[in-house]
Design a protein around this ligand. Structure first.
Ligand SMILES: [Zn+2]
Ligand SMILES: [Zn+2]
Length: 225
């Protein structure tokens, strides 16, 4: 099972599609190559890659795995997918150590009853925002709050839609993995300013049109006001 979100964006993993612990894993086709946004827990990598194929993408065409932050439900499958496909792993430098050293308080592996091995991060993203080297035009934005190195990804579809991969917009916020609610509020304002037509969230689904995407973010800003 997969779900087409717009022309070249697919949902290939989620708690319903792959493993009960998995975040929502998205695939973006970029011509001959493709990028995976997050990687799930790793407990269902075979079904996840089968969904990639069903979306019309050979797993070997995945050139990058973008990890939006250091939690196990987003990163657990990254190393296996990296080995099988040759894709490079991208993460923000502020979460990179937690991922590369599999620091348990930061990966929250115990919430999932898992024991993570270290995951190599091939490319550390530094600063406030940028474009990915493999796909100019695909942007990342540093959105600290849930974790210090959380990022969002912004994709402009050929149809002209702005697709925002916001992932764990909803939190939660815990001192053990250095959440910061003040940083998070600023980050959410950055996401609102993008005015996405489609919001792909980390667990709660896909929100469109633009008013629904905006409402989802605003409702959490009100909740944590
Ligand atoms: Zn999550
Ligand atoms: Zn998370």
């Amino acid at each position: 099972m997969t779900r087409e979100i717009c022309g070249d964006v697919f949902l290939v993993g989620s708690s319903e599609l792959t493993d009960s612990g998995d975040c929502m894993v998205y695939l973006v086709k970029l011509g001959e190559q493709a990028v995976l946004i997050d990687a799930g827990t790793g407990r269902a990598t075979d079904p996840l890659l089968a969904n990639v194929k069903r979306s019309g993408v050979e797993p070997q065409a995945i050139s990058a795995i973008v990890l939006t932050h250091c939690h196990v439900d987003h990163i657990g499958g990254a190393n296996e997918i990296r080995k099988r496909t040759g894709a490079r792993v991208y993460a923000h430098e502020k979460d990179a150590r937690a991922i590369e050293e599999a620091l348990p308080d930061y990966t929250v592996e115990r919430y999932y009853g898992m024991k993570l091995d270290p995951i190599p991060v091939d490319v550390q993203l530094a600063g406030e925002q940028g474009e990915f080297d493999f796909a100019p035009g695909l942007r990342w934005i540093h959105t600290p709050g849930h974790t210090p190195g959380s990022i969002a990804v912004v994709y402009k579809s050929p149809g002209g839609e702005t697709v925002l991969f916001g992932q764990d917009i909803h939190g939660p916020f815990e001192p053990e993995f250095e959440s910061n609610i003040d940083d998070w509020r600023i980050s959410m304002k950055k996401l609102l300013a993008i005015e996405p037509d489609i919001l792909c969230e980390g667990h709660f689904g896909i929100f469109k049109p633009a008013a629904a995407a905006r409402r989802f973010i605003e409702q959490y800003l009100e909740h944590y006001a």
